[in-house]
Design a protein around this ligand. Structure first.
Ligand SMILES: C[S@@+](CC[C@H](N)C(=O)[O-])C[C@H]1O[C@@H](n2cnc3c(N)ncnc32)[C@H](O)[C@@H]1O
Length: 229
């Protein structure tokens, strides 16, 4: 993961570009990384193969970058985004307004899918995308501690092995996805075998495929929910 310019969210400061959209950021919001476009492009490729009007969840939305890029590039898509923190949700809502997609993007606050309580989304989603925190708590206190100098802990801390949120995502997404719907998420370098094991253990998804970065390292998992019929 590398640091790119953070505009600090100050009014009048420059916007950050991600997948051809411009985003306001802020001191308590992760600066979208270039490699996250791998997940964004995989999501758009999946949606192009599905019927228009797809329903998409962007979980752990941060500035809103993934859900808003999807809404901008796939005008028929309806998106629900969510994040745990007040600051990210406020920034993501401002970004949705500025990009003119707020009528198709709902941004909710809460702990993972709990953010959507009462919205009646169970079994209705074609695609869940997520770029969760995936650095272990120990590394954040050690060799990756520089990340916390300018960005929030919630954006990085993936628990004891860096995969705590992935575990919950894989389990909780099942109730929201339609049969045949897709789960696509980013993970850290070297986490691909554990991610494949978590997906296999869930017994709810077809075999995973991976999208790779420029050095050919797997960085995005793509798995289709099984049709129980
Ligand atoms: C790696 S950042 C990704 C942000 C953005 N999607 C991106 O690609 O730049 C992870 C995000 O997950 C959020 N997050 C952490 N724990 C969460 C939880 N339990 N429920 C919802 N969001 C959470 C953080 O606040 C942070 O915005």
């Amino acid at each position: 993961m590398h640091i790119v310019e953070n505009n600090g969210g100050k009014s009048g400061s420059r916007l950050h570009r991600f997948m051809d959209i411009e985003l306001e950021l802020g001191p308590a919001v992760l600066v979208p990384r270039e490699e996250t476009a791998i997940l964004g492009n995989a999501a758009i490729a999946i949606l192009k193969d599905r019927a228009p009007g797809a329903h998409v969840i962007d979980m752990c939305c941060g500035s809103g970058n993934l859900g808003l890029a999807i809404a901008s590039k796939v005008p028929s898509a309806r998106v629900w985004s969510a994040d745990l923190t007040d600051s990210t949700v406020a920034v993501a809502r401002r970004n949705a307004d500025r990009l003119g997609v707020a009528d198709r993007v709902t941004i909710a606050q809460g702990d993972l899918f709990g953010a959507f309580d009462g919205l009646d989304l169970a079994g209705s989603i074609d695609l869940v995308v997520c770029n969760p925190p995936y650095i272990s708590s120990a590394r954040l206190e050690g060799d990756r501690s520089e990340l916390l100098e300018s960005e929030p802990r919630e954006a990085f801390d993936g628990g004891p092995y860096g995969l705590s949120i992935h575990q919950r995502l894989i389990r909780e997404a099942q109730a929201f996805l339609k049969p045949g719907g897709w789960l696509a998420f980013e993970f850290g370098e070297g986490q691909d075998r554990q991610v494949a094991a978590l997906l296999a253990r869930a017994r709810a998804y077809a075999p995973v495929s991976f999208a790779t970065d420029i050095s050919n390292a797997p960085r995005v998992a793509i798995a289709r929910k099984l049709d129980p019929a």
